[in-house]
Ligand binder design. Structure first.
Ligand code: IVH
Length: 631
C-alpha cells in the first residue's frame, strides 16, 4: 500500500477510481447528494408464522395460474439496504435505500468497505442491491472499547444501528476504520440469467460477495422444513439475521406476479420470532416528547437479548402500565419488537416481591410541573404548556435541527439544551437570530465553534420546503405528507394567505390527505403562535419554494416505462419525461401508456407490454412525443 501510494503520488495520472488506495477514505463531505433511482427500492411484506408463509405460497401459485414455482431461500440480513452501480465493471455510485425512490449518494463511504469490489471480474454495467452490515463479534469489540463506542456521543444499540450510523457519517476517513461489510442479493434491471439462483452465482463470479447460505427449493414442503431449522441455525451466523427471505426463482414468473405499491408479490420475509428475556424493573423514567406527550420508560436490570444488552424498555403509554400492572420491583418479560426498542411483554406475577404498589400515573409534567391532560379520543397524556415547557421546547428544537429535517450540523441535543436554558431560543425561528457573541458566552463554547454554528444555521436556510414542513413538527405531517403538501402549495406564503377553512378544503385535494390530516394542518396554520414563527422564519430568509411537476405538457397524464439501453442516460430521459408532464414508472402495468424500448431489451418487459396491451415505442418516437409531435 505504501509503495502504491508513493507511485500514485508521483504519477497522479495513473490513479484509477478503483485503486485500493482509494479505500482509505478521503476528505469529509458536507452533505450527501440525493439521487433518484431508476427502479424504486420496494420493501418486503412480512410473515411471522409458517401458516402465513403457506398462505403466501398459495397466493403465488394462484397468481401463476396454478404453477408451483421453485423458490430461493436467503437469510434476511439485518443491515442497511444499499444499491451499487457498476459501469463497465467499475464501481461508480452507491446509494442508501432512502425513501425507496431517492437515496443518499454514499459512494465515498461505501468505497472504504473492503468486501465491496471496486472493480468486477468482467466489464459489465450492472446495478445490484444488498445490505451493508457489521458482524456481531466486531460490534461487540466496539462496544467493549469505550473509545470506539461513541461517535459524537451516540451509543449504538446493535450492529444494524451501528452500520446505519456509520454509513451516514460525512467523514469517509472515519468510515474506513469501521468493520463494515456487504452482501449483495439482487440484480436490478436487465439480468443475464433466467433465475435468481443463477443471478446470485453470476454475481459471485464477478467477485461480488453473496451469502453462502442461499438454497433453492423445488417443492414447498422441503422449504418449510428448512425454514423451521433456521430457528437454531440463525445463531451460527456471524451477523444478525432478523429472518429469511423467500423469493420466486424464475424472473419470468416474478414479472408475471408483479408488485403492489409497496412490495413485490414474488418475495416475502419470514421474521424470526422475537426473543424474550426476564429481568427486574428498577424504576420508571418519565419522558416528555416534542408534542408534549408524557411517556413511561421502564428502567431495567441490564439483560442480554438477541445480542444486545437491554436496560430500558418502552411502555407506550400509561394505559399500558396500568393494564400490564408493571411495578417497581417486578420481574418482567421483555422482547425486541421491530428489533430495536425492547418492550415489556408481561409481568411475571409469581415473582412479584411483597410490598409493591401500582405505579402512580403522573399528574404533573416532570419538566414544567403543569397539570397533564388527556385529549378526547387520545391515549397519550400531555403537557399542554407548549410555550413554557423546557423539555418540549428542547425536543422540538432538536427535531427541527436534526439530519432528516433542517440538518443543522453541530446543533446536537446538549447544545439545544443550553440554548433553551439560556433563553436564547424560544422557538425554531430564534435559531436564525443567534449571534456568534451570544453563543461564545455559553459554557464550553469557543469562538470558533460559535462562528461555525452560526454558519451552519445560515446554511440550513435553503433547505427544501418538504424538509421545513417536516421540521416544524406539524401534527400528522411526516416526510411523505410534507412532500405532498410542498408539491401542492409550492411555498409557505400560499398556505399562510388562506383562511383556515379554505386551507382545509385545499388540503383535502392533497394525495394521501383525509379529513383528519387536513384539519390538523389547517389548525396548525391557523394558530397565531405558529403563524408568528412561520413569519419570523420567512423574514429570516427561511422561505423555500418547491419545484413542482408540471401538470401540463405533451406527456401530461401519460405514464411511460423505459427498458434497455438508450442513447441518453436514463436519468436524463426520466427528467425529460417528467418535465413534459409525464410519469416515469419502473414496471409495465395496466395503467402504463408506453414502453420505450432501447437496445438490448430484456424479454420480460415486452411480454408484460403485450399482456397489458401497452404500446411499445423506440427512442426516436419518444423524442417526438417529448417535442409534442403526433406519432
Ligand atoms: S430482497 C423488493 N433479500 O430487507 C425487496 N432483501 O424488508 C427486495 N434484506 O429492503 C429485497 N436481506 O434491505 C432481499 N436476502 C435479502 C435481504 C433483504 C435483507 C432487507 C433489504 C430490504 C428489506 C425488506
Amino acid at each position: 500500500m505504501k509503495r502504491l501510494q508513493a507511485i500514485e503520488a508521483d504519477h497522479p495520472e495513473w490513479v484509477v477510481s478503483w485503486s485500493p488506495s482509494r479505500r482509505v477514505g478521503h476528505a469529509p463531505i458536507s452533505e450527501f447528494r440525493k439521487v433518484v433511482r431508476e427502479t424504486p427500492m420496494l420493501s418486503l411484506d412480512n410473515t411471522y408464522s409458517e401458516a402465513d408463509l403457506s398462505a403466501w405460497h398459495e397466493r403465488v401459485c394462484k397468481g401463476l395460474g396454478g404453477d408451483v414455482p421453485a423458490y430461493v431461500l436467503e437469510p434476511k440480513i439485518d443491515g442497511i439496504g444499499i444499491e451499487l452501480y457498476y459501469r463497465e465493471g467499475t464501481f461508480e455510485l452507491g446509494l442508501t435505500r432512502g425513501d425507496g425512490e431517492k437515496g443518499d449518494d454514499i459512494t465515498s463511504n461505501l468505497r472504504t468497505i473492503r468486501s465491496l469490489p471496486l472493480r468486477l471480474g468482467a466489464p459489465v454495467t450492472v446495478t445490484v442491491r444488498g445490505e451493508s452490515y457489521v458482524d456481531r463479534a466486531d460490534f461487540e469489540v466496539i462496544q467493549r472499547d469505550p473509545e470506539k463506542k461513541t461517535v459524537t456521543g451516540e451509543t449504538f444499540k446493535n450492529p444494524r444501528n451501528f452500520a446505519g450510523g456509520t454509513l451516514k457519517r460525512l467523514n469517509p476517513e472515519y468510515v474506513a476504520k469501521q468493520p463494515l461489510k456487504v452482501f449483495l442479493y439482487e440484480v436490478v434491471g436487465d439480468v443475464p440469467t433466467a433465475t435468481q439462483f443463477e443471478a446470485l452465482a453470476w454475481m459471485r463470479s464477478l467477485g461480488l460477495p453473496v451469502s453462502r447460505d442461499v438454497e433453492r427449493f423445488t417443492d414447498f414442503p422441503s422449504l418449510m422444513e428448512r425454514v423451521a431449522s433456521w430457528e437454531t441455525r440463525r445463531d451460527g451466523l456471524p451477523f444478525d439475521a432478523d429472518g429469511l427471505v423467500v423469493k420466486v426463482d424464475s424472473f419470468a414468473q416474478r414479472e408475471a406476479l408483479g408488485a403492489t405499491d409497496k412490495s413485490p408479490r414474488w418475495a416475502i420475509a419470514y421474521k424470526f420470532p422475537a426473543r424474550q428475556a426476564a429481568t427486574k424493573v428498577n424504576g420508571f423514567e418519565v419522558n416528555v416528547g416534542r408534542t408534549g406527550a408524557v411517556t413511561p420508560v421502564a428502567m431495567l436490570d441490564p439483560v442480554a437479548l438477541s445480542g444486545t444488552t437491554v436496560s430500558r424498555a418502552s411502555l407506550h403509554n400509561w394505559d399500558e402500565v396500568a393494564r400490564k400492572d408493571v411495578r417497581v420491583g417486578d420481574t418482567v418479560l421483555v422482547e425486541k419488537a421491530g428489533e430495536i426498542i425492547p418492550q415489556v411483554v408481561t409481568v411475571i406475577v409469581e415473582q412479584r416481591p411483597p410490598g409493591t404498589e401500582p405505579y402512580p400515573i403522573p399528574t404533573r409534567c416532570p419538566s414544567c410541573e403543569s397539570p397533564l391532560r388527556r385529549r378526547e379520543g387520545e391515549v397519550a397524556l400531555r403537557c399542554e404548556n407548549r410555550e413554557g415547557c423546557t423539555e418540549q421546547l428542547r425536543q422540538s428544537i432538536a427535531f427541527f435541527a436534526q439530519r432528516d429535517a433542517m440538518n443543522i450540523e453541530g446543533l446536537g441535543e446538549k447544545l439545544v439544551a443550553q440554548l433553551v436554558a439560556a433563553r436564547l431560543v424560544r422557538d425554531p425561528s430564534d435559531l436564525y437570530q443567534l449571534t456568534a457573541a451570544q453563543l461564545a458566552a455559553l459554557d464550553r463554547m469557543g469562538d470558533k465553534s460559535a462562528q461555525n454554528l452560526v454558519e451552519n444555521v445560515a446554511r440550513s436556510k435553503p433547505q427544501s420546503l418538504t424538509r421545513l414542513l417536516t421540521a416544524l413538527g406539524i401534527p400528522l405531517i411526516g416526510e411523505v405528507a410534507a412532500a405532498a403538501v410542498a408539491d401542492r402549495f409550492g411555498a409557505l406564503a400560499t398556505m399562510m394567505e388562506r383562511e383556515p377553512s379554505s386551507l382545509r378544503e385545499a388540503l383535502l385535494e392533497v394525495p394521501g390527505f383525509g379529513d383528519e390530516r387536513a384539519r390538523a394542518v389547517a389548525e396548525w396554520f391557523g394558530d397565531a403562535r405558529n403563524r408568528a414563527v412561520v413569519e419570523r422564519l420567512r423574514a429570516a430568509g427561511v422561505d423555500p419554494v418547491a419545484h413542482r411537476r408540471p401538470s401540463t405538457g405533451p406527456l401530461a397524464g401519460k405514464s411511460l416505462c423505459v427498458t434497455g439501453t438508450l442513447a441518453r442516460p436514463r436519468d436524463e430521459v426520466k427528467a425529460a419525461i417528467e418535465a413534459a408532464g409525464g410519469r416515469f414508472v419502473s414496471s409495465v402495468g395496466k395503467g402504463t401508456d408506453y414502453l420505450v424500448a432501447g437496445e438490448k431489451t430484456g424479454a420480460a418487459k415486452r411480454t408484460s407490454a403485450e399482456k397489458f396491451g401497452v404500446r411499445v415505442i423506440d427512442e426516436a418516437t419518444l423524442e417526438r412525443l417529448l417535442r409534442g409531435e403526433a406519432i
